[in-house]
Design a protein around this ligand. Structure first.
Ligand SMILES: Nc1ncnc2c1ncn2[C@@H]1O[C@H](COP(=O)(O)OP(=O)(O)O)[C@@H](O)[C@H]1O
Ligand SMILES: [Mg+2]
Length: 164
């Protein structure tokens, strides 16, 4: 019975799906989320190349009050940006192994930063238990489905309040 109960608690976690029709809308959605994040929040992004993960992250950065434009960390692995709540933007696309991300300083960012990790499914074994999963799907040339899956009450609240 105990196990069943736990299953239901986890099964209750909130899911919200948005659809965007262009890059600007995806950035706006990221910005709306970024405004509600706090240090220690971890966004685990998945989805094909060109699905909009970096565009979304650009919005998150703006929501955190970061003025400089962000660039994809595909080659640098981790880019960091100063703000009242700083941002660590990571990309696992080109990694040969999860250890490369660890060696780039992965664990140093988990408490004091908002972390956004593109291709998070490639390094799932490194992830904290309470990440906010965000799945990007290409529907057609300009439309994207963006699905949020919360695993914590804190993220549930954020998703409930996310107006877009
Ligand atoms: N609805 C949309 N949301 C985000 N990007 C879109 C959308 N429609 C078209 N695009 C285009 O798709 C590409 C997304 O690129 P990017 O954000 O770098 O994707 P990823 O980081 O997932 O590889 C950009 O060229 C962008 O202009
Ligand atoms: Mg990208």
């Amino acid at each position: 019975m105990q196990g069943l109960k736990i299953f239901f608690i986890f099964g209750d976690n909130m899911k919200r799906i948005f659809e965007t029709s262009n890059r600007i809308q995806t950035e706006k959605l990221g910005e709306a989320l970024g405004k509600r994040l706090k240090a220690g929040d971890f966004l685990a992004l998945t989805g094909d190349l060109g699905a909009g993960k970096t565009a979304f992250t650009r919005g998150v950065a703006r929501g955190l009050g970061i003025l400089e434009d962000i660039t994809s960390p595909t080659f640098t692995i981790i880019n960091q940006y100063e703000a009242p709540v700083p941002l660590a933007h990571m990309d696992a696309y080109r990694l040969n192994s999860p250890e490369e991300l660890e060696n780039a300083g992965f664990y140093d960012y988990l408490e004091d930063f908002v972390v956004v990790l593109e291709w998070a499914d490639r390094v799932e074994e490194l992830l904290p238990a309470d990440v906010l999963w965000i799945y990007f799907t290409v529907l057609d040339e300009n439309r994207r489905s963006i699905e949020f899956l919360s695993q914590t009450p804190h993220h549930d609240t954020i998703l409930e309040e996310l107006d877009f």
